[in-house]
Design a protein around this ligand. Structure first.
Ligand code: FES
Length: 146
């Protein structure tokens, strides 16, 4: 295992993750997995007035994935759906004051699961077609567990 430097913010969110859990009957649900490391993330949202009223996550992932999910839920909570949709993995990593280079890919899961949950909701309300809700995925981003 390589020695890597985690920011204080990453450590803090890893130790005290926000918005952990499940929302029963969510308005939107997103589940994404990383095919290489097998890490998995689920995001549940409740929508009110076109904003994310509540958000929870569950992850079977590495420490960075936990910190990323915690951060992405904090960033998205209360935001209009259109704005939450624009949150990128880089935004999440920046907000966490960076991730070690080998762990940058872990931020994919957070943003992807959030986007999947929003698209799931948009399909339900007929704003987009089911085929438009396919997960984006970041091409060529292998996930390493080192
Ligand atoms: Fe797979 Fe971090 S998300 S190692």
């Amino acid at each position: 295992m390589a020695q890597v430097g985690y920011s204080k913010k990453v450590m803090e969110h890893f130790m005290n993750p926000r918005n952990v859990g499940v929302i029963e009957n969510p308005d939107g649900y997103g589940k994404v997995g990383n095919p290489v490391c097998g890490d998995l993330m689920e995001i549940f949202i409740k929508v009110k007035d076109d904003k994310i009223d509540d958000i929870k996550f569950r992850t079977f992932g590495c420490g960075s994935a936990i910190a990323v999910s915690s951060m992405v839920t904090e960033m998205a909570k209360g935001k209009p759906l259109d704005e939450a949709m624009k949150i990128t993995r880089k935004d999440v990593a920046d907000e966490l004051e960076g991730l070690p280079p080998q762990k940058m890919h872990c931020s994919n899961l957070g943003a992807d699961a959030l986007h999947a949950a929003i698209k799931n909701y948009w399909v339900k309300i007929g704003k987009i077609k089911p085929e438009e809700a396919k997960p984006e995925g970041e091409e060529g981003e292998a996930c390493s567990t080192e």
